[in-house]
Structures are given as structure tokens and as C-alpha cells.
Design a protein around this ligand. Structure first.
Ligand code: ADP
Ligand code: MG
Length: 236
């Protein structure tokens, strides 16, 4: 479980996070959904330890990690623009985190095989990132983030740069991966359809605040206010 309590983040006199409270259940796939500038990335980066809050507490699995460095938070992160080692093969990229942790070779091979299988990249292990499509690269990024078995997987608009068909395809892969691995996952997106399609729970953000948290069904049946209603209603 991830718990954020009373989170504030100011840029000058602008509040990017304005007293945010949220509980993210372990094993869930939770979407942070909201328009551009609503504070989604700031909240995600605060969970990761990449932003320092002006006020508030972040707990992961019961531990207060508020002052803890990102490296010590045991988190996998995937961004919109994939970060891969260009000179390493797909297999080497996914294995890298395990290698630097000096895990036994047999364990590394087993884990890498398993993850590349789940994301459908079995046949692409010896390719280099430049030889993959955009969707395949993000599938590699997911496998790489999960290889070291993090407590939490954080995804910031991971499919944002790709076209609609590839995005829809990647949602299916993410869902499949989540159903296999059950890691607590937080997905930032401004795409209502993506959140409704893939998430167990959605937190709707607006102007640095959380307007409502619930299942996709809850949000549709009982939108908390006009903002939630109109934002969900504007699915393209
Ligand atoms: P989202 O991810 O929902 O699009 P962000 O969390 O990136 O929103 O940003 C929330 C608000 O905070 C935006 O108005 C953005 O301009 C502002 N902001 C984010 N980072 C900075 C920064 N480093 N300096 C100043 N303003 C920032
Ligand atoms: Mg953002």
C-alpha cells in the first residue's frame, strides 16, 4: 500500500499539489487521471522521491519514506520517452538491473525469460533498442522496470507518444503483465479511455487536488462533482 498524506508542493505561489491525500492499495493498478497541469506527474514523482514535498508524508508498505532517496524506495519507473541502453540488446537491457545487484546467473536468466515472455518479446531478445518499434520498446521498458522485483511500478504517460492503435495494444500488455506480476502500479494518464480501460481504480486530479477516487464504475455511476462528470464525459 502507498499512502500519501497532506502532500503540498509549491512552485512560487502556485500549488502543484494542494493538500493531497491518497491511499493506493497493494496489488492494485491505479490510474492518476486528469488534464494537463493538474499535478499528476508531481504526485507520481513525489511517490518516487524525485520531488521533495513542501509538506506531507509518503509511506510505502507502511514505511515512512518521505526523506528517503529514490534508489532506496524500491521502485520501477517508466516514462513516456523510453530510456534504454542503446549498445545493449533487449536481453541485456532487461538483465542489467539484476546484474548490478549481483544476482546468480540462473536466477537472472529465469527472470529475464519470464518477463520477456509475458511482454511478447521472446523473439526479440538479441535485437538492439533501435531495431524495435515504439510499442516494443515500451514493452521492453516495462520488463526492465519489473526485472528487479520492485515494490511499486510507476508509469508516467508511458504510451503517450505512440499512436492510438499501439496505445490500445500496450494497455492490453500492461493489464496482462499486471495480472501476472501483481505489483502495485500507478499509471499517470490524461486519457480517460486509457484509465477506464486498464485501471482497477482511478484518482481524478484537477488543479493540484484529488477530486474523486473510485473504480471506473463508481466514477460513472456516482461522479463526485461537475468536474469529474464533465472530464469523464469528454472521452473522445
Ligand atoms: P501533469 O503531470 O498533470 O500535467 P505536473 O505535475 O507536471 O502536471 O505539473 C503541475 C503544475 O505544476 C503545472 O502547472 C506545471 O506547470 C507546474 N510545474 C511542474 N513542475 C514545475 C517546475 N519544476 N517549476 C515550476 N512549475 C512546475
Ligand atoms: Mg505529467
Amino acid at each position: 500500500m502507498i499512502t500519501v498524506t497532506g502532500a503540498r508542493k509549491n512552485y512560487g505561489d502556485f500549488a502543484a499539489l494542494d493538500d493531497v491525500d491518497i491511499e493506493i492499495p497493494s496489488g492494485s493498478l491505479t490510474a492518476l487521471l486528469g488534464p494537463s497541469g493538474s499535478g499528476k506527474s508531481t504526485l507520481l514523482r513525489s511517490i518516487a522521491g524525485l520531488e521533495t514535498l513542501d509538506d506531507g508524508i509518503v509511506r510505502i508498505g507502511g514505511d515512512d519514506v518521505t526523506g528517503v532517496t529514490p534508489q532506496k524506495r524500491d521502485i520501477g519507473f517508466v516514462f513516456q520517452h523510453y530510456a534504454a541502453f542503446k549498445h545493449m540488446t533487449v536481453r541485456e537491457n532487461v538483465a542489467f538491473g539484476l546484474k548490478i545487484r549481483k544476482r546468480p546467473k540462473t536466477e537472472i536468466n529465469r527472470r529475464v525469460d519470464e518477463l520477456l515472455g509475458i511482454v511478447g518479446l521472446d523473439g526479440f531478445q538479441q535485437r538492439y533498442p533501435a531495431q524495435l518499434s515504439g510499442g516494443q520498446r515500451q514493452r521492453m521498458a516495462l520488463a526492465r522496470a519489473l526485472a528487479v522485483d520492485p515494490k511499486v511500478l510507476l508509469l508516467d504517460e508511458p504510451f503517450g507518444a505512440l499512436d492510438a492503435k499501439v496505445r490500445a495494444d500496450l494497455r492490453t500488455w500492461l493489464r496482462r503483465l499486471h495480472d501476472e506480476v501483481h505489483v502495485t502500479t500507478v499509471l499517470v494518464t490524461h486519457d480517460q479511455e486509457e484509465a477506464l480501460d486498464v485501471a482497477d481504480r482511478i484518482a481524478v486530479m484537477n488543479r493540484g487536488r484529488i477530486e474523486q477516487v473510485g473504480t471506473p464504475q463508481d466514477l460513472y455511476d456516482r461522479p463526485a462533482n461537475d468536474f469529474v462528470m464533465s472530464f469523464l464525459g469528454s472521452v473522445s
